[in-house]
Design a protein. Structure first.
Length: 397
């Protein structure tokens, strides 16, 4: 499959046999294992342990992690292709997959020491354990420099004592390890943030109640609390004071995953609409024969395909960056912005095409609609993406 789109020197948009194989494997697993249970888990809000374990066994929980650390050792295009197929079946499963891959595993692969990778990466990349990422606080979202949590170095210099509250932590209720971003030097603002590797079975770590969310209900989310939690100095990820830089670099990768997630749910809603427009009759003919329905179909399809190319372009930029060290922030933000707003548009139009049936819980359209809404919020709101893109284009820092 070749997309005739000009790209910079380096990886191209031609999907290899390996890409097509991972795409097909993800599609078959998603349709066979996830689609039949998605509605029930959305209703119950339970965490889908069994399918997540199976995803780990297939390599979907650490796609870009080298094989020596429990991953599949594949590239970013493989990741977005698999993410798209999983999200097409259920956004909750893809959210768990996204955090594990893009935020937790990516951070450790890029910034972890050899010892940290062996201890904290291998089991998570293989799906045996669950990883999470914690940046947001109750009064600190997009403005990370105002966070109130603190990590204070002990008198003997062997460990940090951490106190504070973090909020909206995806997978926190079930995570074995969490990458925590907290203040070690409040006077330095965002330059005083440090990243720590947290073991959730240690004293001083407390999980809050699961959040009752509008969508992605099977993806567990909660606050977490630290009460004199002791983190040894060798649990620091990267360097002291470099946490904000790590967080932003990781979010670039995360935004590509969320864009692929948004594409997947948009495709699911679009395909349901195509089927319905062919089968549903009104005034003696399929509703797809009416021009207003055709306009919706045309606009939905065009936005989906534009999203796909932005996502693939961002994936290729990330792959180039691994060799050159260049930033791919703008590409990731454009993909995330456009794909998430496309998911919102397509799922809304899909419900309109289905009419009353689209509003009924007897069909998955209302779940697609609810699940798609979060893609414009987490890992940077649409408003933040626009700021990032514009500032980069204007050369502002």
């Amino acid at each position: 499959m070749t997309f005739q789109t000009p790209v910079s020197a380096g990886p191209s948009l031609e999907l290899s046999e390996e890409h097509l194989m991972i795409q097909q494997a993800a599609r078959e697993f998603a349709q066979k294992e996830i689609v039949p249970i998605a509605e029930a888990f959305d209703h119950s809000g339970e965490f889908p342990y069994e399918t997540i374990k199976k995803m780990g066994q297939l390599g979907f929980m650490g796609i870009e992690v080298p094989e020596e650390y429990g991953g599949a050792g594949l590239d970013t295009l493989c990741y977005v292709l698999a993410m798209e197929e999983i999200a097409k079946a259920d956004v909750s499963h893809s959210t768990i997959m996204s955090v594990n891959n893009s935020l937790y595993c990516n951070a450790l692969t890029k910034f972890g020491t050899e010892a940290q990778k062996k201890k904290y990466l291998t089991e998570v990349a293989s799906g045996a354990k669950i990883g999470a990422y914690s940046l947001t606080e109750p009064m600190s979202g997009s403005d990370a420099g105002t966070m109130k949590s603190r990590a204070v170095l002990s008198d003997d210099g062997t460990h940090y004592i951490i106190n504070g509250t973090k909020s909206w932590v995806t997978s926190a209720p079930v995570a074995d390890y969490i990458i925590l971003f907290t203040m070690t030097d409040p006077s330095a603002g965002h330059k005083g943030i440090t990243a720590f590797l947290i073991e959730t079975d240690k004293p001083g770590f407390i999980r809050g109640k699961k959040e009752p969310k509008l969508g992605i209900r099977a993806s567990a989310t909660s606050e977490i609390y630290f009460e004199n939690y002791k983190a040894p100095v060798d649990a620091i990820l990267g360097e002291v004071g470099k946490g904000f830089k790590i967080a932003m670099a990781v979010l670039d990768a995360g935004r590509i995953g969320i864009a692929a997630q948004a594409l997947g749910v948009a495709e699911a809603a679009y395909e349901a609409s195509i089927h319905y427009a062919r089968e549903r009759h009104a005034f003696g003919q399929p509703i797809g024969s009416f021009q207003l329905i055709q306009q919706k179909i045309a606009d939905m399809k065009t936005r989906i395909e534009a999203s796909r190319l932005l996502i693939y372009n961002a994936a290729l930029a990330k792959m180039r960056a691994e060799k050159t060290g260049e930033r791919y922030t703008t590409e990731a933000s454009m993909a995330k912005l456009f794909a998430s707003e496309t998911a919102a548009y397509v799922t809304d139009e899909a419900i309109q095409i289905h009419g009353g049936m689209g509003y009924s819980k007897e069909m998955p359209l209302e779940r697609y609609y609810r699940d798609a809404r979060i893609t414009r919020i987490y890992e940077g709101t649409s408003e933040i993406q626009r700021i990032v893109i514009a500032r980069n284009e204007l050369g502002l820092r």
